[in-house]
Design a protein around this ligand. Structure first.
Ligand code: UDP
Length: 324
């Protein structure tokens, strides 16, 4: 099989590419290297078994010609190319909205033209400001005002979902929507805000761990290889198109407890530094205080459940960061 992955040089995309290469498939990547990097796929390009089956096209999904060419020759498409990370989105608001809205429209239009099955990665951000748990795919959505730019990301991802569902309903495009909750693992960078690589890097260099706000905000974390299993299981399932699925871990932890856990696990001398949101971000920043997925829907359809608990995820990432 030929698999096209937009954003395949990104953190999650590169793990997905590896999975399909291991299965014996050919992997085609379109990536503009805005947040992705060739380092993420170097080990695949240098691997004797994989190197003749991985092809990278460095371009943006905003230009249609590589999309047309590659979608035409591939069997399935995973659309992962998007703006990522709260910090990146706040710094690049126009670019982020454009890539999410216009880029996704290009992918949808091209997949519809060639009648190719498509999986679009959305985000738990679309749920907005809920405090209840678990978050279900059928829940209402609550956003802050448009002056608070964080919500532009949520709104653009939600538009992607509406567009994908519209293509499914009107022209029968087989599109699956995966709402990814905080995904972590080797090769994820802390440069765009992601908390686990940031905390581990700070702990390993004995610098203060920067906890934003009160630290009582909570998250669940999913190991990237578990996420990849969920994505491939959905793509293989004939009943998944036209549906939205949460993919995430269920072990909730506050950010302050996470900081303490990481200090303990790394044996670090780091202290914890509480930083008000106004100092960490621009004045209009608003955090999501809680984010726990309900995963019954994907479990019922595919049997998927995350296998890697938080302690193990942290051990893998600490080990990876120590080596690299
Ligand atoms: N966070 C933090 N310190 C950091 C980076 C992040 O306290 O150095 C917090 C952030 O405010 C949020 C949580 O960790 O409450 C998760 O942040 P991340 O950017 O990883 O993902 P999000 O869930 O916000 O998209």
């Amino acid at each position: 099989m030929r698999v096209l992955i937009t954003g395949g040089a990104g953190f999650i995309g590169s793990h997905l590419a590896e999975e399909y290469l291991k299965k014996g498939d050919e992997v085609y990547i379109i990536d503009d290297l805005s947040t992705g990097t060739l380092n993420n796929i170097k080990h695949l390009q240098e691997n004797e078994v994989f190197k003749n089956r991985i092809f990278i096209h460095i371009d943006t999904i905003l230009s249609t010609s590589p999309l047309l060419e590659l979608t035409g020759t591939c069997d399935v498409v995973f659309h992962l190319a998007a703006a990522v990370g709260v910090r990146y989105i706040l710094k690049n608001p126009m670019k982020s909205i454009k890539i999410n809205i216009q880029g996704t429209e290009n992918v949808l239009k091209t997949c519809a033209k060639f009648k190719k099955n498509l999986l679009i990665t959305s985000s738990s951000e679309v749920y907005g400001k809920h405090l209840h748990a678990p978050l279900l795919e059928t829940d209402n959505i609550i956003y802050g005002p448009s002056s608070k730019f964080r919500w532009s990301y949520a709104a653009s991802k939600l538009m992607d979902e509406f567009s994908a569902l519209a293509y499914f309903r009107t022209v029968g495009l087989k599109t699956i929507i995966a709402r990814l909750f905080n995904t972590v693992g080797p090769r994820q960078t802390g440069a765009y805000g992601m908390v686990i690589p940031r905390f581990i890097q700070q702990a390993l260099s004995n610098e203060p761990i920067t906890v934003y706000g009160s630290g009582t905000q909570s998250r669940t974390f999913t190991y990237v290889k578990d996420v990849v299993q969920a994505l491939t299981a959905l793509m293989e399932n004939g009943a998944a198109p036209g549906e939205v699925f949460n993919i995430g871990g269920t072990e909730e932890i506050t950010i302050l407890d996470l900081a303490e856990k990481i200090i303990k696990k790394t044996g670090s001398q780091s202290s914890i530094k509480m930083i008000p949101y106004e100092e960490a971000f621009e004045k209009d920043f608003e955090d999501m205080m809680r984010r726990v997925p309900g995963i019954e829907k994907i479990k019922e359809l595919t049997g998927f459940e995350p296998k890697t608990n938080l302690d193990t995820i942290l051990e893998y990432v600490i080990d990876d960061m120590k080596r690299y």
